[in-house]
Design a protein around this ligand. Structure first.
Ligand code: C5J
Length: 221
């Protein structure tokens, strides 16, 4: 059975049994002071706005039995999965792998790599560790979704124009119907967030649909 969800560029009929909630990179490294986001010169407090809406969609998805998949951007401890082009940027003391207040920056297993406590995964929820911006690059996300018969992706997380956008573009090319939950995403650059959402829904939904947490949770109720 499908339900209509109010969205741009037009409402979309969603089958919840073929839907996954994909929460992108809601990690301490991006949202808390002292992590990767701050080392790049960003005001990390700008991402806090997405936490409440993300939590609302997460609670509704769990209550409805919808598959929840979390992603984390980060690298192996030996950094062998990090291309030099990604490592060689910025002040060497603040680069990926350097020690910081939440452990080595953007390295798996360090406190900064963890998902923030408010959105912590439950034991059976898949967590996809990804070395890149897109969640399909060098991961088994496509297998995880296809094995569950997933066709629709509700997408939340950070940052809108970087890892959310890259993942939505990858998913769109693989045939998934992406509904980006706009207020459950955030950016260090509010103007990029706004334009990033517009880009998804423009041209008849060139990359997917854009809705918000109130509309999505109402449709799930
Ligand atoms: C960034 C991300 N912004 N998760 N990563 O470097 O968007």
């Amino acid at each position: 059975m499908t339900v209509s969800v109010d969205a741009l560029p037009a409402p979309i009929n969603i089958d919840w049994s073929r839907t996954a909630l994909l929460i992108i990179d809601m990690q301490r490294d991006f949202l808390e002071p002292g992590g990767f986001g701050e080392t790049l010169g960003n005001n990390v407090s700008l991402l806090a706005a997405a936490v409440g809406p993300c939590r609302a969609v997460l609670d509704a998805a769990r209550a409805k039995g919808i598959l929840v998949v979390h992603t984390r951007e980060g690298h192996k401890t030996d950094l062998s999965d990090a291309p030099p082009a990604k490592l060689d940027r910025g002040d060497p003391a603040l680069r990926i792998g350097a020690p910081g207040p939440m452990g080595r920056i953007l390295v798996r297993g360090e406190p900064g790599h963890d998902i923030i406590p408010a959105l912590a995964p439950l034991p059976l929820e898949p967590v996809i560790d990804k070395p890149g911006k897109g969640a399909f690059f060098a991961t088994d996300l496509d297998h995880v979704l296809r094995n569950r018969g997933i066709e629709f992706l509700l997408v939340c997380g950070v940052t809108t124009e970087v890892c959310v956008h890259t993942t939505v573009r990858e998913a769109n090319d693989r045939g998934y119907r992406c509904i980006v939950v706009g207020d459950a995403c955030a950016s260090y650059f509010p103007e990029f967030h706004a334009v990033g959402l517009r880009m998804i829904a423009a041209q008849g939904g060139i990359f997917g649909w854009v809705s918000d947490s109130a509309k999505v949770t109402a449709a799930m109720a």
